[in-house]
Design a protein around this ligand. Structure first.
Ligand code: F6R
Length: 247
């Protein structure tokens, strides 16, 4: 795994957006794995800007989000679909049918998980997967202890994850208790992975990762064994780690 240290949130966002833009330039029918949350917000803004500058089209791109809350439909203001619409989909020419997220209203959740896995396969697998990381090392909604062999599945959210996401809802009670998430094996099958981390609140988890132990207790540590994974982290997130500075 490659570590890239950048100065701050803006540099992290710009570098990640450049890598994503380059992927689309190089492969106009790329399959992108997308994340939500606070970390990639500004990255999406730069991705919109850089792809427009280069007149790149998303017409043939397919996107697969990591996760969606159970119980929230696409039109719910707190659904991850709405997050993606706000930050990316409404601003680019990606056909609606190419933007995939698990269906949080599926009557049969297991069938929905299988459908999602099959769709990713049909698209030829994910070329570039974007990730954030939870303070406890989760990737997607794969909390500590999730098997590295897991595929898209139903998860019960931990109280700490619900509390971390409560700022986007009217109250903690309004945060859904379950979600569908890509599994760890789904994520690591991606040809290339980009994990972004910014801010002092991620410093402990990155220091843990830096220790180099690959364990299911730290889901993000699975990336240490991936052939093409990069972490882009800013100085605050690396405050407790030692990394060679990017030239
Ligand atoms: C988002 C996701 C989560 C977040 C993680 C970090 O789709 O699956 O794993 O990436 O919780 O969230 P932020 O970026 O809000 O700190």
């Amino acid at each position: 795994m490659k570590w890239i240290q950048v100065k701050n949130y803006t540099e992290m966002s710009q570098l990640a957006a450049r890598i994503m833009t380059e992927k689309i330039a190089e492969k106009p029918n790329a399959t992108l794995g997308l994340a939500t949350g606070g970390t990639p917000e500004q990255m999406y803004r730069w991705l919109r800007e850089y792809s427009a500058e280069r007149q790149l089209s998303f017409r043939d791109v397919q996107t697969f989000n990591l996760d969606e809350y159970i119980g929230l439909g696409r039109e719910h203001p707190n659904s991850y679909y709405q997050y993606m619409r706000t930050h990316l989909f409404a601003h680019i020419d990606l056909p609606e049918a190419h933007a995939h997220l698990p269906n949080g209203l599926a009557a049969d959740v297991n069938a929905e998980c299988l459908r999602y896995e099959a769709l990713i396969e049909q698209a030829g697998g994910i070329d570039l997967q974007l990730l954030g990381v939870g303070k406890n090392g989760h990737i997607g909604f794969n909390e500590p202890g999730t098997p590295f062999t897991s595929r898209t599945h139903l998860v019960q959210l931990t109280e700490s994850t619900r509390a971390a996401n409560a700022c986007y809802f009217s109250s903690l009670e309004a945060v859904p208790t379950h979600a569908i998430t890509m599994g760890i094996a789904t994520i690591t099958k991606s040809k290339e992975i980009l994990l972004l981390a910014s801010g002092r609140e991620k410093a402990n988890v990155l220091a843990e990762l830096m220790r180099g132990e690959v364990t299911e207790e730290l889901p993000a540590s699975v990336l240490l064994n991936h052939a093409n994974a990069t972490i882009i982290a800013d100085e605050d997130a690396l405050a407790f780690s030692i990394v060679a500075k990017r030239k």
